[in-house]
Ligand binder design. Structure first.
Ligand code: NAD
Length: 356
């Protein structure tokens, strides 16, 4: 997919084996987290970084952010290793790209690890402390999902609000899920929730009168909206025929097991809100940290008006995707990918982004 740069970084002393993928710098530095995982082979690590860095480009450009897309993976060393030294070495690899890549934490990596990276490079966000730390992005992610869900409900159910709308939230007790449930309950929705965290569910039940359902029961409920906010690949050949909801709109990344699942949903008359468009609130929040920590803006520049503007942009972009999907009779996930690719190509060929 025309990745601009792949760096394979090794450091014998610390055992570092990392791959940094810079998919696009057409609209700014390639930004995206660092994942540490026990990959069976470097080929699998490479495949992951290619896929993930492309995904970040698409997400960032659809959110109208002045950053490109990148991602990195560290192949977890076997046995004991000095974690701090490993992440310092990783930071040197990030630094060697001279600002083309900005890292942050992802699966298997913590804010404390990012502090070790910070000792080698300033091109890192997601820090637990310091003037640029913006904290948990989940409330902004949940806000974006909530607004996008309303866009879908208006189209799918012809309702301008969520009162009485029946919504099933998977991963309701998680960071995003719990904030989302709060918004939905305030808007008068009827909530059905599931999670593996039972105490978390009980709290939501007490607070919002949500109905707790089983882990597998969530798919087949007679509801209007299914909101996947836990794991990826939950729309797959086993679940797709169980889903009664007309609308699928949630925070989880990579909800469709394969791209073809988008067409399958469309065949069944469903409205699918492409995940990376809907869940961009988190990266919108992180962008303000990049501006403060890396692009040199003062900390007082955390601009809630700017964040609000980007959330309005998210609603607008989603509306455009769903309109095109209706008009052309093609799946929303495919349309979103095409718009993202076109925007990246336009930026590469020097056209100015409308919304950046
Ligand atoms: P989280 O780990 O806080 O929440 C996930 C929740 O899912 C947890 O409560 C967990 O117990 C639950 N869960 C795990 N397995 C489950 C299962 N089999 N069935 C039902 N529930 C299960 O994570 P999060 O930060 O809330 O993120 C949720 C999803 O949204 C993830 O896919 C994440 O990649 C995506 N996302 C999050 C953000 C953000 O700002 N946090 C931004 C963009 C995308």
């Amino acid at each position: 997919d025309n990745h601009e740069k792949i760096l394979f970084a090794t450091d014998e002393k610390t055992g570092l084996k990392a791959i940094i993928g810079v998919h696009s710098t057409a609209t700014g530095p390639g930004a995206g987290g660092c994942r540490m995982w026990s990959y069976p082979s470097s080929a699998e690590a490479l495949e992951d970084v290619l896929r993930l860095s492309q995904g970040m480009s698409y997400k960032n450009i659809m959110a109208g952010l002045p950053i490109g897309g990148g991602k990195s993976v560290i192949m977890k060393p076997e046995g004991d290793f000095d974690r701090k030294a490993l992440f310092e070495a990783f930071g040197r690899a990030v630094e060697s790209l001279g600002g083309q890549y900005i890292t942050a934490e992802d699966v298997g990596v913590s804010p404390a690890d990012m502090m070790a990276v910070r000792s080698s490079t300033k091109n890192v966000v997601g820090l637990p402390e310091g003037q640029a730390a913006t904290g948990d992005p989940s409330p902004v992610t949940a806000e974006g999902v909530f607004r996008g869900m309303k866009v879908c409900v208006e189209r799918g159910l012809g309702k301008s609000d969520l009162s009485g709308v029946r919504i099933a939230v998977q991963g309701a007790a998680g960071h995003v899920g719990a904030y989302l449930c709060g918004h939905l309950a305030n808007a008068g929705a009827e909530l059905f929730i599931t999670d593996i965290n039972e105490p978390g569910l009980k709290e939501l039940e007490a607070e919002h009168g949500a109905k707790i359902v089983g882990l597998d029961e969530i798919y087949g409920l007679d509801v209007d909206v299914f909101a996947p906010c836990a794991l990826g690949a939950v729309i797959n050949e086993d679940t797709i025929d169980q889903i009664q909801a007309k609308i699928i709109a949630g925070a989880a990344n990579n909800q469709l097991k394969t791209r073809e699942m988008g067409a399958e949903l469309q065949k069944r008359g469903k409205i699918y809100a492409p995940d990376y468009v809907l869940n961009a609130g988190g990266i919108i929040n992180v962008m303000s940290e990049i501006g403060i920590g890396i692009m040199g803006k003062p900390a007082s520049d955390y601009d809630s008006g700017w964040v609000e503007n980007k959330l309005v942009g998210l609603e607008k972009t989603l509306g455009e995707i769903l309109d095109l999907s209706d008009k052309e009779g093609r799946p929303s996930n495919i349309i979103a990918d095409e718009i993202a690719r076109n925007r990246i190509e336009d930026a590469r060929s020097g056209k100015v982004m409308e919304d950046a």
